[in-house]
Design a protein. Structure first.
Length: 278
């Protein structure tokens, strides 16, 4: 049992996710051959307990892949194997880009949606939708990081400089894109903090009035996450969060990811052509 395997709330998490791996879809459970485990996402300590809002169900295979990437080095692959690894990484990251864009669309709609929702209106559960979308997108980003770690661990000596140089360029560009995607998610979480909600579990933040000055840093009483700082997003008069400016920044970052994605596509195609050369 590793420190990242959480015993508290595991059964709740498994039942919520229907014993299905949130990455590959494999079904686990007592009567299934697949073993499922809980995996923490977001700003969660590696030690101790975690709230169910920051835990996802993954199968043993995906859990192992997510854990082992840090220890990878001198990975020996031939050109065909490297081609497949690059292709799978590109496909996975492409899907993650779409997931992040959907997350951004959701969070930028929340201020208006919540303000227009009548008390007792249960036609749409924004809290559950946000929490689930955030969990899934953070897991997706972690999965891409794992694949990039494998690319970075490839031993290129036997592949030649014509492969090593473009591979390094592709890996660096994809890593930059990952940082951009994480920034978009963090900005989206800041929107939720600006609504005086926890960016992890979406529960109301205690001491929300103190946060109006931008100085509130009390951890969530439900899941213990520290709120995102809204200091850089206060209106000049100090009257709440300037959501329009925050939304504009999110859109700018998304446009930036599009530019990086285009560059990555060109570099990946060039690498693929080299790998397919006889």
């Amino acid at each position: 049992m590793t420190s990242r395997e959480r015993r508290d709330d595991r059964r709740v998490v498994f039942e919520r996710d229907e014993y299905a791996c949130r990455n590959c879809g494999a079904i686990g459970g007592d009567d299934e051959p697949t073993t499922v485990r809980t995996y923490p996402v977001g700003d969660v300590s590696l030690e101790g307990t975690a709230h169910e809002s920051s835990l996802v169900t993954v199968c043993e295979r995906c859990f192992t892949a997510l854990q082992e990437s840090d220890a990878l080095s001198n990975l020996s692959v031939d050109r065909d194997e490297l081609f497949r690894l690059v292709r799978e990484t590109t496909r996975t990251q492409g899907a993650t880009i779409s997931d992040v864009a959907s997350f951004a669309s959701l969070v930028t709609s929340l201020p208006t949606a919540l303000a227009e929702t009548e008390p007792g209106d249960e036609s749409r559960d924004y809290a559950a939708e946000y929490v689930e979308t955030r969990r899934d997108v953070l897991l997706a980003i972690d999965v891409v990081d794992t694949r990039l770690d494998r690319l970075g661990a490839v031993e290129t000596t036997d592949l030649g400089p014509e492969v090593a140089t473009p591979l390094e360029t592709v890996t660096e560009t994809a890593t930059t894109l990952q940082s951009d995607l994480r920034e978009v998610v963090e900005l989206g979480e800041t929107v939720v903090t600006g609504l005086d909600r926890c960016h992890g579990c979406f529960e109301p933040l205690e001491g929300a009035a103190a946060s109006e000055s931008g100085s509130g840093t009390r951890a969530c009483g439900t899941c213990a996450l520290e709120p995102r700082s809204t200091d850089d997003w206060r209106r000049s008069a100090g009257d709440g969060v300037a959501f329009e400016r925050l939304f504009s920044t999110i859109n700018d970052r998304l446009r930036g990811t599009s530019t990086t994605t285009e560059a990555l596509t060109d570099r990946t195609m060039a690498l693929a052509e080299t790998l397919l050369e006889e």
